[in-house]
Design a protein around this ligand. Sequence first.
Ligand SMILES: Cc1cc2nc3c(=O)[nH]c(=O)nc-3n(C[C@H](O)[C@H](O)[C@H](O)COP(=O)(O)OP(=O)(O)OC[C@H]3O[C@@H](n4cnc5c(N)ncnc54)[C@H](O)[C@@H]3O)c2cc1C
Length: 528
Amino acid sequence: MRTSRVVNLPTIIVVGRHARRRRETTTVRMTTVVRAKRVGDDDGAMTTPMTGEKMSKEEEKGCRRRARVCVVGAGAAGLAAIRALRLESHDVVAYELASEEGGTWRYSESVELDDVAGEREDRARVHGSMYASLRTNLPREVMGFEEFPFSMRAHAGDARRFCGHREVQSYLKRYAQTFGLTRDVEYDRRVVRVERVVRENALEEERWSSQWSVTTASSRCRDVVDTKTEMFDAVVVANGHYSEPRVPEFKGALEWPGKRVHSHNYRVPDEFAGKKVLLIGAMASGEDLSREIGLVADKVYLSARTWQNPAWAHATEGIGARGNIFRKPNVAQFNRDGSIEFEDGSIAPECDVCMYCTGYKYAFPFLPDGVVRVEDNCVAPLYEHCIAANALSMSFIGLPWKVVPFPMFELQARWIARMLSGAVPMPSADEALRGAAALESQLEPNGPLPRRHAHCLGDAQFEYNDRMAKLAGVAPHAGWRARMYKATGLNKRANPETYRDAEMPDAEELEAAEKEFKSIDIVYVEAN
Ligand SMILES: Cc1cc2nc3c(=O)[nH]c(=O)nc-3n(C[C@H](O)[C@H](O)[C@H](O)COP(=O)(O)OP(=O)(O)OC[C@H]3O[C@@H](n4cnc5c(N)ncnc54)[C@H](O)[C@@H]3O)c2cc1C
């Protein structure tokens, strides 16, 4: 345990699972770093990079590296990064363009200019995509960080299993507060440029071949002002990927007379009252928004190329509380008379608005050329969706999608932190490039996977998480997580409109979750 600067903040008591087993109770201040070792974690011994064998204490002495690490963004992924880096005693500076924690869970009424035609790259950006009524699509038990259970208490008075966005933001704030993470965050600062500085001893120390110069500017102003540049040994990119709308092209869309918007800018349904609305995309947002908009609109056409439940492609009519939602196949073309033609030949006459619920693009406007490239929403070359294969001291947390994000962030972060410290081996440059090439070979045109699905994990996330845990030398997640996630998916398909409030068939998993959470015991004691 490393105690750092003590400030006048609430005192907390953390009774860790291991601490308890060793009959210790650790009382800490907010700024104290607590080493949270979990069942099945390795014993913290370093391993020799080439052989992977554990080092003796003598060998270990002087080998552990303490890096100065820059974290870009302090959303859930950035916070997990700070936490893991601190556990490995690295020096961390995180830059966050907002004024507080929460990342995408920080709801704001502000929206940006809708630019579905891609003509206003210079528009002012809004990071968040949350809408007012949003409730999670995962139960809180499975959604929370492993180290900081999301069910011990209501953080903003909303104890529902599928809670609202305010509850999630409060949970993240509490996470940051409990582990004293905010002291490493510089708020209201945007990372505007990251540059690679090749070290003089690059050949001698292949694994640390780069340093990074990171330039930040005040984010309170659109112009780049109040800049400063600092040097770091490593950079962890955690800037989120639900901010830059992705808009697929359709025949006739540009000439279509209706209004075209993206779900990034949706907050409340009022502007759709009485209108005929086309929604494109039926993943979580498209499904939810069709129901909410259906409450006020005249008609809603929900069009998709693929459906979460293939049977839904045939259930075309009478959906939603007012029976005014119509499921449709992919759009064939937009017509100048305002109608929309679908691939099955059916037509939606005179639509007023089209909302694209078609997801987002990865964007790293601050990164230099030559580290990674983004092509059709595939970030490459990356080792394990995480490490830049061309520059091993740059990593990315949170790129995989169709996953349970927070616990995956935790594992990725621990791997990165422990790799940087030398506690576990870093891949060689060759190994990283080979790993990246193996992923690439799965993608079109060489492999079966559409390139834009390169980071879509779905059920493969559990294998991926186990691999992360192994690489990081920490215990894998308990089995109830995967089972609860799958039970949620089934429940959602069976009760698409009511799954959040329907009783879930996961009593066993819930019991296992609660047992795990109780063994972690986090008690807060407010300051005097
Ligand atoms: C509508 C919607 C619903 C969702 N529902 C769920 C759900 O039910 N359950 C679930 O688990 N997940 C859900 N998610 C996924 C959600 O994105 C993740 O849970 C998680 O919050 C992502 O965290 P992050 O840190 O990767 O990204 P973010 O939360 O986006 O955080 C990135 C941070 O980086 C900052 N940043 C960006 N660029 C810069 C820069 N240049 N300089 C400095 N700071 C920068 C941003 O301000 C932000 O704070 C949902 C997402 C959306 C959009």
